[in-house]
Design a protein around this ligand. Structure first.
Ligand SMILES: Nc1ncnc2c1ncn2[C@@H]1O[C@H](COP(=O)(O)OP(=O)(O)OP(=O)(O)O)[C@@H](O)[C@H]1O
Ligand SMILES: [Mg+2]
Length: 508
């Protein structure tokens, strides 16, 4: 596949289990590989002259029997920097093979709340080792919500290591309400392994972790009511990589993912996903609850199980009443919708019309404006809808406002015309409110009453591909021209490293 034109952002989503990489504007990642490295265990085994020191991704997985395997990202955090560099090299030079990296910006996906030092260190690796053109680092929940075209909603993002419950309002994460649960895909693997062991199924292979993951991804699902699971045949035969078959009792497939709702099954005392949602909503003004609950976005490989959405809805309906009543936004009267539609629609030009003076039917296709019979005007002249002159800014002296044309004092600060000379005005700009104030303030919406049931408010937004939702959100965002101005160059970073904390909500 050809490399896109210089200037196209490269997207890197390096997760605890899978790395997804590609380019902005493309529908899916070009390469997806397990985030693992393998170093040779026994020097003498590696007789091949082309043998390398470090094997990455699927290469490492294939040769795992003779390699010491490592997973350099653990629960979203980089644990082994040397292996992390190897992974970056593999992405840029073995897979993407971009000859002139200095002409490509990089969109790097990161967890929310990465430490400043770590963030800056990663930026330096991109600028100083790989010499990329520019860089932007974006928290994954922002990309998840963007993958379904929203900028406000409650993101439930669950990968291999972490589940994030992340409320987002107008493209901005509500920091104080974010919940981070170290409960995700790897924990389902662990519980699945325990359940298999309890049934006497011990997988004797160096690739046991990959086999467990494979069994899970192909077969596990959520039962709506785990106490009354659907009736299916008692066991399922799973083909092992060596050609043998193992029989797995069917209950295991819906029991293993239950850890996401019952973490105590593997000895954890943390909140489960619905409890973490409640904790998150409790950290945010109740007037946002309906906006958030009616835009629940799920994302990440670990919510790909069939039945997840239905089960989460059922669990939320059980637990949400603990929050109290949920304020309901006032419904807009139908008239307002009509008005909007009428403004948006373009008026089709008439081909013929009746003369308002003498009643003769006049053909208007040749641009005629006057009636050929009585000479009266048939078509009214078009009035300009935009002011012709560029409006001048209103003058502000000692808190009073003055017309810039006639210098008379104006009372109404939102006026777009001077009431004395009639000339066009640009109202003065007002100082922006700090975001903390906006978050605490009641939204400028009208509320009337409360929802009768929680089921009435809950609405899910599910990306087409949950596993690649973060990548896809990044691919859409990265292709927006307004977004491309936000990438940071090495010079800008060197001048002030705070540029890495860009507020991208300005483009929404
Ligand atoms: N069809 C599926 N059914 C169930 N689980 C799946 C499915 N596909 C992927 N997974 C699981 O999802 C997890 C990987 O998801 P994802 O790629 O979103 O996480 P990651 O980015 O590697 O991890 P993190 O973001 O937590 O660092 C793994 O645990 C994987 O086994
Ligand atoms: Mg991830």
């Amino acid at each position: 596949m050809a490399i896109p034109l210089p200037g196209t952002p490269v997207i890197l989503d390096i997760g605890s289990a899978y790395t997804k990489i590609g380019f902005a504007g493309e529908p899916s990642p070009r390469f997806v590989f397990p985030t693992m490295t393998g170093k040779e265990k026994y020097k003498s085994v590696m007789v091949d002259v082309s043998a390398r020191n470090t094997y990455i991704g699927s290469d490492a997985a294939k040769m795992r029997g003779v390699l010491k395997i490592k997973y350099p990202i653990d629960r979203g955090a980089i644990m082994d920097w040397d292996d992390y560099y190897e992974i970056l090299n593999y992405c840029f030079y073995s897979l993407l093979r971009i000859p002139n990296l200095s002409e490509y910006p990089v969109l790097y996906t990161e967890q929310p709340f990465v430490q400043k030092e770590t963030k800056e260190y990663i930026a330096r690796v991109f600028f100083e080792t790989h010499r990329v053109k520019s860089l932007i680092m974006i928290p994954t929940p922002i990309l998840s919500i963007f993958s379904v075209g929203l900028t406000t909603g409650l993101v439930i993002e669950s990968g291999d290591g972490i589940t994030w419950i992340c409320p987002i309002i107008n493209g901005e994460i509500v920091d104080q309400a974010v919940q981070k649960l170290p409960l995700a895909g790897t924990d389902v693997n662990q519980y699945l392994k325990n359940l298999l062991m309890r049934e006497g199924i011990n997988i004797e292979s160096s690739a046991v972790d990959e086999i467990i993951k494979d069994i899970k991804e192909k077969n596990c699902y959520f039962a709506l009511d785990p106490d009354n699971p659907p009736k299916v045949k008692d066991s399922f035969s799973f083909a092992m990589p060596d050609g043998s078959n193992i029989k797995i009792p069917n209950y295991i497939f819906h029991e293993a993912p239950e850890v996401l709702f019952k973490p105590q099954l593997i000895g954890y005392t943390m909140n489960n996903i619905p409890e973490a949602i409640i904790a998150s909503l409790q950290g945010i003004d109740e007037h946002y609850w309906s906006d958030l609950l009616s835009h629940i976005v799920i994302s990440g490989g670990n919510v790909s199980y069939s039945g997840f959405e239905e089960r989460l809805r059922a669990e939320l309906n059980k637990i949400l009443p603990q929050l109290g009543k949920i304020p309901k936004p006032k419904e807009k009267p139908l008239m307002e919708n009509h008005k909007l539609k009428m403004q948006a629609r373009e008026v089709a030009k008439k081909k013929q019309d009746t003369c308002p003076h003498c009643g003769v039917l006049v053909d208007l296709t040749d641009g005629k404006e006057f009636c050929p019979s009585c000479g009266g005007r048939v078509v009214l002249p078009e009035l300009p809808t935009q002011p012709k002159a560029t409006p001048k800014k209103v003058k502000k002296v000692n808190g009073k406002l003055f017309c810039p044309h006639c210098n008379k004092q104006i009372e109404d600060e939102s006026s777009i015309f001077c009431p004395y000379c009639g000339k066009t005005l640009e109202p003065p700009s007002f100082e922006e409110l700090p975001s903390e104030v906006i978050k605490k303030t009641k939204p400028a919406r009208e509320f009337s009453g409360y929802y009768k049931s929680t089921d009435e408010v809950i609405r899910f937004y599910v990306p087409d591909n949950l596993h690649y939702a973060i990548f896809n959100g990044a691919a859409i965002l990265g292709s927006l021209p307004s977004f491309q101005n936000l990438f940071v160059t090495h010079e800008q970073f060197m001048e002030n490293s705070d540029v890495l904390y860009k507020d991208i909500s300005e483009i929404f």
